[in-house]
Design a protein around this ligand. Structure first.
Ligand code: FAD
Length: 387
């Protein structure tokens, strides 16, 4: 299989897929990006400062303020009726010597900006066709598309999300757990704006978070049992708003719906290794978590950054470069994927935990963070993926 159509084929047109296709093309690879038309992505992404620096450095976005909103504070309110409640805690970016922890972006705006950057690269071709099947041998992979076209490349990047067919057909071992909780997202307008403060109300079934979206607008991310969210979504607008007012403890004055709401099921997904045999997995093809601590896309962008770093250290004139690259990529990603996965999992389960020892640990942890600047600094670093 030497008659290649490209050096690399990226499968999946989500944010991680576009970022990966751009990174490969910027590294000089002839790249084909398979990005079939998908429904608009109504999620928003809080991206930490290192991710924002990556995006601006790689030319994926301009100045973050053009399309995003700074996150300067995080306020956590324990809204559980538990015996051992955590103190209200405020984290301020200034304490970490930063202007902002990061920025909040609408995924639709990020997608537009990434696509504009992709169009400017002459060695990147985007095709609106999905992958149907894939076979791999020691030289490379043969991809059959849904329109019957066949494409060959030494390197394949699976960026095709949680249900990745690249991952499945290439035989990567995967561990998955579906939660009974889901996330409801929508935009609200608030009588009293959030400024730069993201406010998290912690309820027994999961957090109810309002993230600054500019002016008096907020992005709601409400995690709860799927049935509760579906029931809330089916209410008449006035009754839905009454529920939101109650959940937000009426702290923000009048609340109005600015967009329809959308529900996302929640799961965790991990792979034993993120690359082998000339195939690498990025984004939710390799890892998925509940949206706690805003880690998903941040982690996906670190995948892409490590893919670029691995490419920079490989001699592509030698046969078998793609297989060596995929092994090196898996090695580079292993520790970060493990650390971030277990951090989010522990955090999510601790929020839902009804057992008294777990509540004591969580409340104690937040007291410790509230009282100790050194611990807070460490937590900032961990949350921002810097440790
Ligand atoms: C409610 C919610 C809030 C979140 N908030 C944050 C946050 O604040 N910060 C953060 O960092 N992360 C956040 N995340 C996580 C973040 O949204 C995801 O990690 C990220 O968007 C995943 O991008 P992706 O490109 O890997 O996957 P997807 O966005 O799932 O993209 C996969 C793409 O692959 C395509 N595809 C599938 N099969 C094929 C095929 N056979 N051929 C070709 N293409 C195919 C699909 O059409 C899709 O376009 C949140 C997630 C949720 C659910």
């Amino acid at each position: 299989m030497t008659d290649f159509d490209a050096d690399a084929i990226v499968v999946g047109g989500g944010l991680t897929g576009i970022a990966a296709a751009i990174a490969l093309a910027q590294s000089g690879l002839q790249t084909i990006h398979l990005a079939p038309e998908a429904p608009p992505d109504h999620r928003t992404s809080a991206l930490m400062q290192p991710s924002v620096s990556y995006l601006t450095g790689a030319g994926l976005i301009g100045a973050p303020g053009q399309i995003g909103h700074p996150l300067t504070q995080i306020r956590i309110i324990d809204a559980t009726p538990r015996l051992l409640r955590a103190p209200e805690t405020l984290f301020d970016a200034a304490e970490a010597g930063l202007d902002a922890f990061g920025w909040n972006f609408a995924n639709i705006r990020l997608t537009d900006s990434f696509q504009t950057a992709a169009r400017a690269l002459p060695n990147l071709t985007t095709r609106p066709t999905a992958l149907a099947s894939l076979t791999t041998n020691s030289e490379g992979s043969l991809l059959t598309l849904t329109d019957g076209t066949q494409l060959r490349a030494p390197l394949v990047v699976g960026a095709d999300g949680k249900k990745s067919s690249v991952r499945a057909t290439a035989g990567f071992a995967v561990h998955e757990h579906n939660f009974s909780q889901a996330a409801l997202v929508c935009d609200l307008t608030l009588g009293r704006p959030l400024g730069g403060t993201s406010v998290e109300f912690h309820y027994p079934q999961g957090p109810f978070t309002l993230v600054p979206a500019g002016g008096n607008r907020a992005n709601l991310v409400w995690i709860d049992d799927l049935a509760v969210l579906k029931q809330a979504q089916s209410l008449a607008p006035e009754a839905f708003i009454a529920t939101l007012l109650e959940k937000s403890q009426r702290l923000f004055g009048a609340v109005a719906l600015a967009t329809p709401s959308f529900i996302f099921p929640l799961s965790t997904l991990t792979v034993d290794r993120a690359g082998a045999d000339g195939i690498v997995l990025v984004g939710e093809a390799a890892h998925a978590f509940p949206p706690i601590g805003a880690q998903g896309l941040n982690l996906g962008l670190r995948d892409v950054a490590d893919l670029s770093a691995a490419l920079a250290s490989i001699d592509r004139t030698q046969p078998g470069w793609a297989a060596r690259l995929s092994t090196d990529y898996a090695r580079r990603r292993a520790a970060d994927l493990k650390r971030t996965g277990s951090m989010v999992d522990t955090l999510f389960r601790s929020l839902l935990q009804e057992m008294l020892p777990a509540q004591a640990l969580r409340a104690g942890g937040l007291w410790a963070l509230k009282l100790s600047p050194a611990l807070r600094k460490q937590a900032f670093g961990l949350g921002m993926g810097q440790l």
